[in-house]
Design a protein around this ligand. Sequence first.
Ligand SMILES: Cc1cc2nc3c(=O)[nH]c(=O)nc-3n(C[C@H](O)[C@H](O)[C@H](O)COP(=O)(O)OP(=O)(O)OC[C@H]3O[C@@H](n4cnc5c(N)ncnc54)[C@H](O)[C@@H]3O)c2cc1C
Ligand SMILES: NC(=O)c1ccc[n+]([C@@H]2O[C@H](COP(=O)([O-])OP(=O)(O)OC[C@H]3O[C@@H](n4cnc5c(N)ncnc54)[C@H](OP(=O)(O)O)[C@@H]3O)[C@@H](O)[C@H]2O)c1
Length: 451
Amino acid sequence: MLRIAVVGSGPSGVYTAQAVLDQQEALGVPVSVDVLDRLPCPYGLVRYGVAPDHEKIKSLQSTLRLVLERPGVRFLGNVPVGEGGVAPLELRSMYHAVVYCVGAARDRRLGIPGEDLAGSYSATDFVSWYSAHPDAVSHAFPLGGHAAVVIGVGNVAVDVARILARGADELRATDMPQGPLDALAVSEVREVHMVGRRGPSHAKFTTKELRELGTLPGADVVVHEDELAADPGYADPSALSSAARRNVAALRGWAHAPAGPRDRRIHLRFFLRPAEILDDGRGAVRGVRFERTALDADGRVVGTGEFTEIEAQLVLRSVGYRGVELPGLPFDPATGTVPHDQGRVLREGVPSPGEYVAGWIKRGPTGVIGTNRSCGKETARAVLADADALGRRPVVEADPLDALRGAGLAPVEWPGWLGIEEAETALGRTLSRGTVKIADWAGLLEAARRG
Ligand SMILES: Cc1cc2nc3c(=O)[nH]c(=O)nc-3n(C[C@H](O)[C@H](O)[C@H](O)COP(=O)(O)OP(=O)(O)OC[C@H]3O[C@@H](n4cnc5c(N)ncnc54)[C@H](O)[C@@H]3O)c2cc1C
Ligand SMILES: NC(=O)c1ccc[n+]([C@@H]2O[C@H](COP(=O)([O-])OP(=O)(O)OC[C@H]3O[C@@H](n4cnc5c(N)ncnc54)[C@H](OP(=O)(O)O)[C@@H]3O)[C@@H](O)[C@H]2O)c1
């Protein structure tokens, strides 16, 4: 029996567990898989990243659940690997193979003045707050100002702009925790500026997500046609990818639409590079100074030396995620990933026996949920191709669950997670809502204990 630990129960961890089980059935290699997570709840960013108003994508949790309920798989939550938990070296002594699927939890920095002013936050923190991540329960965002700037034009930027522009009434039916819902109910934010440093044909958002902005009942989309026209793909979209062409077409539609009457506005701005987050003189944000950019002869974006300011009391920096180094595991700081060859962790260029990676910590922080499926399959193939050698690796006899408890950890097993689900349904009932997420560690662990 090959004992495998998958560290991280997000899409890449669950898809890796699934692929290992599917492939072992074909190969006839008996395996058991423990899926560990530092949180008491499974599903990674599907629970703690995918926007609450995207119920259909959220419902992927029920597909991931089927894997975690399969015979041969065990979910062990509340097990941090690394700081405050079990070290990678210890884990290797308990399992024949360990697959790290720990994602990319941190935000990238802009490196401009004013980034740490009150009122300037990473989108990562804002998302964690409205998604009930227990590490974010004490976060608070100033929503009393009139305007917000979102820096970046990827899908996360679209998510946070949309959540700011939706009324709390539209979000009440979601599983958003009560604290953020109450805060959004009294939000004064009326103007949301989402700003890209390049042109519309280079924006990273996908068309479905972009178009959704035009369907919000309480918000209008505003674009500046001169900024669209600065992109050669606007006048002649024929050389663009089909995705960019669809984005440009959606933006063109808004440029030609009459001004809307709604209470809130989402401004989509382009060719503006953030230069400084501006101080109101009391250490809080009063706006963002941008340098206007243009395309040079080689199609690269360059500064023009012309600056403009957008007034805002809240700034959300949405410029991508970044992997976090796990002490005891190799890490490439340039890419924020673990060096690997087809999922095999490389130590000084050589595959390290029994150590693997999948998902964002392997590929970097891009790609949708489905991308992690093929990624997990590749890693599972590597694990099972190494099965003979892995089987010869000496591991301690004891059940890893006992060893983890012996190390002072209190793993939350599947019935504990079911207890959390039950408690969230009950909480929703008391608030006359559907399921409402529990947002704090104590509440989650108490619900798990009851389960
Ligand atoms: C805000 C946001 C919204 C998104 N929305 C969508 C969407 O609508 N549709 C879509 O297709 N894609 C979406 N994505 C992309 C998608 O979420 C990712 O492709 C996917 O989650 C990456 O999977 P992963 O398993 O590598 O990482 P994650 O989902 O981040 O999972 C990593 C897991 O590892 C655990 N972990 C981390 N460190 C440790 C440790 N030291 N010890 C133990 N456990 C640890 C974490 O708790 C987490 O559960 C979104 C991404 C973001 C950031
Ligand atoms: N609904 C969905 O399917 C969904 C929802 C959320 C997330 N996701 C996925 O999750 C992944 C991560 O999304 P993301 O939005 O965090 O990342 P992303 O797609 O990489 O977008 C990052 C954005 O930040 C900009 N940026 C980076 N550095 C900057 C700087 N120094 N100054 C100004 N702008 C800067 C980028 O512009 P440049 O292009 O110029 O670098 C880009 O617009 C993506 O693959 C995304 O598709 C999917």
